[in-house]
Design a protein around this ligand. Structure first.
Ligand code: GDP
Length: 342
């Protein structure tokens, strides 16, 4: 694990760029408050400042400052991810410019970013810096609560929620089951009559995981496809307790247009989004024309970047190896706990 090409002056430049940007955004807080804070609270912070058609600042030249993020073979947060069961084989570290990190609100980057401490707070296989709100992350109990066909019918108890959405077959049910450590909980959403619904699962009696209908299912009748789009968009735009959408993208294959469209719609509508790259254990051989999951993930991000003011948080996952499971839960906990406090 190493940070390469980072100099103290680059880091100061980075911080002053953040500060300049934050002054423009009129957001109150200290100098080091992460610029990605606005991803968390679109309803409390001015949404209009979250995204624009073009990035507003670019503090570094492309090769100036970067941080090397280990993949799960080298857990960064081992004390916080005790049961990570990650395959150490054939993993290469991800190298990221600092500006591509997701820094949650009220999180200070280490003063000396050239020291080993700079990367100790980045979640493994992700661009997410761990902040002070990351606690109470594990799932103790999970229960199916209800299926709704309209946003207005969703639970009204005010608990924070995260919506899982993705193309059919992306691995959404597998991920949901893995997050709650139940083999068949997500089957509930696959029962006839419920596949086109907003399905709420209550976790620890404190928050919801929401399973939304998969999109892009070729066999679905045209009419019902349009319906899904209507009601999921209505849900994204109106659901007050939605903390973040978790958009699942299959990293074992190249980016699909429908996924790019979905992500850019979320970006343009300023819906907070975390990208979950799925099936990252599937490593196709180069000689067969296959690209590595990290390459697919990187391409996907660069294709959607123009729709986002700052880099959305992302996590590489696999339900086969459990890669990313604890990281997702920690990320959800920090978004949720911040949301609850503000
Ligand atoms: P859904 O339609 O999005 O709910 O997708 P499923 O969870 O039903 O998964 C679709 C297929 O992908 C199934 O055959 C799963 O076994 C497979 N799958 C899901 N997650 C992973 C993963 O992380 N790695 C691999 N290799 N296969 C996966």
């Amino acid at each position: 694990m190493k940070i390469s090409l980072l100099t103290f002056s680059h880091f100061i430049h980075f911080l002053s760029s953040l500060h300049r940007w934050r002054c423009c955004s009129l957001l109150p807080s200290s100098l080091l408050l992460g610029h990605s804070a606005m991803l968390l609270q679109p309803r409390l912070l001015p949404r209009v400042l979250f995204i624009s058609s073009k990035p507003r600042f670019s503090p570094f030249s492309t090769h100036a400052s970067q941080i090397t993020i280990p993949l799960p073979s080298q857990p960064i947060l081992s004390p916080l991810t005790p049961d990570s069961d990650l395959d150490p084989s054939t993993q290469n570290p991800i190298t990221l410019p600092l500006q591509k990190l997701f820094v949650p609100p009220e999180t200070q980057l280490p003063g000396d970013a050239t020291s080993a401490s700079a990367h100790t707070r980045v979640l493994t296989g992700s661009n997410i810096v761990l902040g002070p709100y990351a606690y109470d992350s594990q799932v103790v109990n999970a229960e199916f609560v209800k299926s709704s066909v309209r946003t207005a019918d969703c639970p009204s108890d005010g608990l924070p929620e995260f919506a899982l959405v993705g193309r059919s077959n992306v691995g959404k049910s597998s991920l949901l089951n893995s997050l709650v450590r139940r083999k068949k909980l997500a089957l509930t959403s696959k029962k006839p009559g419920k596949t086109q619904c907003i399905n709420h699962f209550r976790i620890n009696d404190k928050w919801y995981l929401v399973d939304l209908p998969g999109y892009g299912y070729a066999a679905a009748p045209h009419e019902s496809r349009l319906n899904w789009e209507e009601f999921t968009k209505d849900y994204f735009l109106k659901r007050e307790t939605l903390v973040s959408v978790f958009l699942l993208i299959d990293a074992s294959i190249p980016a699909k247009k429908i996924d790019l469209d979905y992500a850019s719609w979320l970006g343009q509508n300023q819906i907070p989004m975390t990208i979950i790259f799925t099936k990252c254990d599937k490593r196709k051989k180069k000689k067969n024309g296959g690209r590595r999951p990290e390459e697919n993930a990187e391409t996907f991000q660069s294709l959607i970047s123009e729709f986002f003011e700052s880099t959305p948080p992302w996590i590489m996952t696999s339900t086969v190896t459990n890669m990313g499971r604890d990281e997702i839960l920690l990320h959800m906990s920090q978004l949720r706990n911040y949301w609850l406090k503000h």
